[in-house]
Design a protein around this ligand. Sequence first.
Ligand code: ZN
Length: 414
Amino acid sequence: MKNVQDRFLEYIQYDTQSIPDCECIPSTEKQKLLGARLVNEMLSMGMENAHMDGKGYVYGYLSATPGYEQAPVLGLIAHMDTSPDLSGKNVKARVVTNYHGEDITLNREQDIVLKVSDFPQITKYEGEDLIVTDGTTLLGADDKAGIAEIMTAMEQLLKSGRPHGKICVGFTPDEEIGRGADFFDIKNFGADFAYTVDGGEAGEIEFENFNAASAKITIRGVNIHPGMAKDKMINSLLIAMEVQSLLPEMETPAHTEGYEGFCHLNKMEGTVERTHMHYILRDHNMDKLEQKKERMLQIASKLNEKYGRGTVTLELQDSYYNMKEKILPHYHLVENACTAIQSVGLKPKVIPIRGGTDGARLSFMGLPCPNLGTGGHNAHGKFEYISVNSMEKTVSILLKILDLYSKIDLKKIK
Ligand SMILES: [Zn+2]
């Protein structure tokens, strides 16, 4: 039987970086190499119908043990790709055994140091084994830790002979570019409920995320030689600055936390003649998100009154929604996860996500799906690290959740 650490170290050898703005599905062919390997591994450990579809999604399941067919079918989901932000090729991971709470030199030549002063959380892992990078790539714990934990839990469950309901496992490509849920085949997956196992400390459970929209603003100006521009020039760049000045100064990502929403200008380019601005709007509360959209509309109409019709055009589009409303009717998902987390000696941490998850999308597609932490920290960068102990605990949490659900009659909770 393979332990979770060895499995993880093998998976991160696969470069599975996804890339945005690509028509291909999955966005990079190399993700399928890990997919194929996972299929083989699932088959050899005795999982049924393990396969990868043409879009690079990997599925497989374990039938319920006899007498446990009444239990809800539970899904476990993780993503195979790594972030486009930093290379995941030639990851040279290192295990720091029995960590003592000191700074960790990742790369002596390039003087790259994982400093306690920058990441004080790391001292929580004193006495544990940490896996770190050599400072030149990301680690890929996001989300190969999730995959390694699910696979290890499946193998341990099979070897233990413990009874269980039907369990479905799914690994998706392209989560990091926001497309992980796009082609997820919920119907064939066949789960009643699922958990994504993706990022965050072990013991975290997340079932609230942002409601999200985007605002695309185009400003048309009138250009003319500056020497003869009096009463004629309309400078679209200056109007763009006016747009921003009409938004609340403190409602930006840099000034908000917890449940506070924001309007974030993440792209702006232009000339006197024409300027494009792109905002993302976020709020856990749907009414408040609607207010943010409404304010954008008012700003556009106010500026059109001032500069003439058609000067400012605004396109608002919803991106994703807070899964809370889809999870609350199935709150046992949160309660059972908390029970499982406590059973391994951790304190459950329920945290509102300041972003979206594939699980949020899946929840709105009909599969209620909160998220569980994997133990990973500092995702998407060279300082990414994970504690082996956290991975082991997460495996135990998953097994405990499966055990709890095996004793539940689906008819009584649906
Ligand atoms: Zn992730």
